[in-house]
Write a new protein. Structure first.
Length: 383
């Protein structure tokens, strides 16, 4: 018996002794009636009838033993190779909103910026023209509105005709529309001032990954100025066989393992069949539910597919006793070691081919403590 098992057994025995006033490690041989279902199995007879651990529900709970129901499920586990990538909404390319010269650069590669923070200042003759046109349009709109107001007042006094009021109203509406269009062009151009200076701002918060222009450089409208990336917004991308596309569902859990061996839970967010025209492979995208390695890191994933309806139990519930696999079935007085034949493992569940009916309640977490109490020193705890 290894050190971990000895320590766990000692802790369990102490808890039971304090809570119930007697030792846990009381093994009993099942009565013939209880073992009649197994008497016909020669293999079990050779290994010896499994023991029974007498333990109350309160004592089991105090010892950290969790009783769970046997489940119907099963399925296969598929392993995938993947990588960590920046999610689409985590990247942005900042372009020049109008033609001009870069007067100031306010960031450098590696700079951390927030959404709306200035990146560069460009001075542009086109910007000055746009501002002048916008100011003229605003002035024209004010004048047309005032003229319409005067005509409306004079019409009320019977001085001007109705058609004069309607004409001035139309001129006012057209001038206001022109002013709105000018304001929209100014906003799209980065709101240059009267001298044509406009500020280019970051559309998202993140890290400046590159700066495409230099101080004093000339840019045309739409030319790239900088690229941004938010390292906190990443996703996991896996290449999978095309046949897997029909079995993976959005929202399915996927266990991710990094190069350092650490595990990261994630949830499938998209499945793209035939995403790669050359290989015809399926792309599976997943959203991590916690911290993951930085973008560019290789990862592997495990996803459970193809449920079979078989009986499954938690992997930690299956223990090795006398060289055979057992689970500890809950009884009114404790737990009985039930020999089972395990099948495939999918995720943290193991398929049970034989030995359970599906109606049992068994020890899940903490089952290794019950194994230790059987006192079989020649076996080791099965992970």
């Amino acid at each position: 018996m290894n050190t971990q098992t000895k320590t766990a057994a000692a802790v369990l025995a102490l808890l039971v002794a304090v809570g119930g006033g007697y030792g846990l490690a009381r093994l009993t041989t099942p009565a013939p009636a209880a073992g009649s279902a197994e008497e016909g199995d020669d293999h079990h007879e050779e290994e010896g009838t499994p023991g029974v651990v007498t333990l109350s529900s309160a004592e089991a709970q105090a010892a950290g033993i969790r009783i769970v129901s046997v489940q119907q499920g099963g399925g296969g586990e598929t392993r995938l190779a993947g990588r960590v990538e920046a999610s689409p909404e985590a990247q942005a390319a900042v372009g020049a909103s109008l033609s001009g010269r870069i007067e100031r650069l306010l960031v450098a590669p590696g700079s951390i910026v927030r959404a709306g923070q200035p990146i560069a200042v460009v001075i542009s003759g086109d910007g000055a023209t746009l501002r002048a046109e916008a100011d003229a349009a605003a002035a024209e709109a004010r004048a047309a509105t005032a003229a319409h107001t005067r005509d409306a007042n004079l019409f009320a006094e019977g001085v001007v005709a109705r058609q004069d009021v309607e004409a001035s109203e139309a001129r006012s509406a057209a001038a206001q529309a022109q002013a709105r269009a000018s304001r929209a062009r100014i906003a799209a151009a980065g709101a240059p001032n009267a001298s044509g200076r406009a500020t280019i701002v970051a559309p998202i918060g993140g890290v400046v990954t590159s700066v495409r222009v230099g101080l004093g450089g000339v840019v045309q409208q739409g030319d790239p100025v900088a690229t941004l990336s938010n390292p906190n917004r990443v996703e996991l991308v896996f290449n999978a066989p095309p046949a897997l596309a029909a079995t993976v569902r959005i929202g399915a859990a996927i266990r991710v393992r990094g190069a350092d061996g650490a595990e990261y839970p994630a949830v499938v967010t998209a499945v793209a069949p035939d995403a790669d025209e050359q290989s015809g492979s399926t792309l599976i995208r997943a959203r991590p539910t916690g911290a993951v390695p930085p973008a560019g890191s290789p990862v592997s994933g495990s996803i459970v597919t193809g449920g079979t309806g078989a009986i499954t139990v938690p992997a930690e519930a299956v223990q090795t006793v006398n060289g055979g696999s057992v689970v500890f079935v809950a009884t009114p007085t404790g737990f009985r070691a039930q020999p089972v034949t395990p099948g495939r493992q999918a995720g943290d569940q193991i398929e049970i081919v034989r030995g359970l009916t599906g109606s049992e309640r068994i020890a899940g977490a903490g089952a290794f403590l019950l194994k230790a109490e059987l006192g079989k020193g020649e076996v080791e705890h099965e992970d």
